[in-house]
Design a protein around this ligand. Structure first.
Ligand SMILES: Nc1nc2c(ncn2[C@@H]2O[C@H](COP(=O)(O)OP(=O)(O)OP(=O)(O)O)[C@@H](O)[C@H]2O)c(=O)[nH]1
Ligand SMILES: [Zn+2]
Length: 363
């Protein structure tokens, strides 16, 4: 029997233990539990009670691309003299999926089993609220709770005003401010992240690496590590899965750092509850929010209750989400065609689709 207390810093809990027992009972292999860190072309690094080990993946026949282990997955590992093998992936609690428009329509799971998705945004003279909204769509879509962290408070001109602005663009989402430079706010953030798994997203230069190091309590770099069981194999201590000093674990991968939009509409709705509510109170259920009588959106825009910027952000993200859904779902496709026909955009859009382009790319 494996002593799994060593897995607790990686996010192991009673529910995972139960899920693991069930999965293990259904396979003929002698398995050991572990959590996936690095994933690299069919090879993975699995963090086990004996430390990180490299492994190949052999899932049961009929497994899809989406079933392949990704960073954050809990797996059953078969230890073999000729190389360790991942045999099963435990059912996921949540996941960040990439299904970018214009690319192959396979969904790629970028990170799994997250409690929080932390969107890192640097304090700037003008924080880009639309970029935050875009990340929040991805975050909500994962099934985890989104959080925003404003980084580099030490550089902020008016942190309270900026924070208020961000809070207004992120209903239902906690907004924290930190400085890795002065340490301000880091303990508060650490307390929120303790005890769960957090995926870190945000644009280049947002201060993610600096924040990871501050939360880990040490510089987290790719350092080589040797297995302690004498087999002499080498692996890299994946900084993909970073246990935090105050508890909890952070997932930080290059793929997540450049995450795009994958959505079937639910993430957009959760990011913009205010806009959704307005749309729900337009007089006509198929309101185009242009010049229709009784349009609640137009009224809110005119009265200043809804920001022009936020409205345009919703329109753009909603169109992208529809475009992605349309590529995969015939019902969504015909619904989009009907709507485009109504607004006279159908010819242009169809021509773009024929060319294999996103019909909304330049809108
Ligand atoms: N003043 C100040 N500078 C910071 C702080 N955090 C990060 N920086 C600086 O911001 C720059 C970018 O920080 P990184 O941590 O590399 O940002 P990143 O998000 O990891 O960037 P990528 O690796 O490109 O995704 C570096 O020059 C950091 O030193 C902070 O709290 N205060
Ligand atoms: Zn309307």
């Amino acid at each position: 029997m494996t002593d799994t207390t060593d897995l607790v810093p990686l996010g192991w809990d009673d529910a995972w233990a139960a899920a693991y027992r069930e999965t293990k009972g259904a396979t003929p292999f002698a398995l050991e539990p572990g959590r996936v860190g690095r994933v690299d072309r069919g090879r993975v690094t699995v963090h086990t009670t004996a430390g990180p080990v490299p492994a190949l993946v052999r899932l049961p026949a009929g497994s899809d691309l989406e079933d392949q282990p990704t960073t954050g997955d809990w797996v059953g590992l078969e230890r073999r003299d000729d190389g360790d093998v991942v045999r099963v992936v435990l059912p996921r609690r949540s996941s960040i999926v990439r299904k970018a428009a214009g690319e192959r329509s396979d969904a790629q799971v970028m990170a799994a089993n997250l409690d929080h998705v932390l969107v890192a945004v640097p304090f700037e003279t003008r924080v880009n609220l639309s970029t935050i909204e875009r990340y929040l769509v991805v975050a909500w879509e994962s099934g985890a709770q989104p959080l925003v962290v404003l980084t580099k408070t030490d550089l902020a001109f008016d942190p309270d005003a900026t924070r208020a602005e961000v809070e207004a663009a992120a209903p239902g989402v906690g907004v924290l401010a930190v400085s890795a430079e002065t340490g301000e706010g880091v303990d508060e953030l650490a307390a929120v992240l303790a005890g769960g798994t957090t995926a870190l997203v945000g644009q280049s230069g947002a201060g993610k690496s600096t924040l990871v190091n501050a939360l880990a309590g040490e510089p987290v770099q790719a350092v080589s590590d040797t297995r302690q069981d004498g087999k002499g194999r080498h692996t890299t201590t994946a900084r993909e899965l970073v246990p935090l000093a105050d508890g909890g674990v952070l997932i930080d991968t290059p793929g997540l750092r450049s995450i795009g939009l994958h959505d079937d509409g639910e993430g957009v709705a959760l990011t913009f509850p205010d806009v959704e509510e307005l749309i729900g109170s337009c007089r006509f259920s198929d309101c185009g929010h242009v010049s229709e009588p009784g349009c609640a959106v137009r009224a809110a825009l005119e009265e200043g209750d809804l920001d022009e910027r936020r409205w345009h952000s919703w329109q753009k993200l909603q169109r992208e989400a529809e475009w992605i859904a349309m590529r995969t779902d015939p019902a969504a496709r015909s619904a989009a065609r009907r709507r485009w026909a109504a607004t006279g955009k159908v010819g242009k859009a169809q021509a773009a689709i024929k060319r294999g382009q996103d019909p909304f790319a330049r809108s």
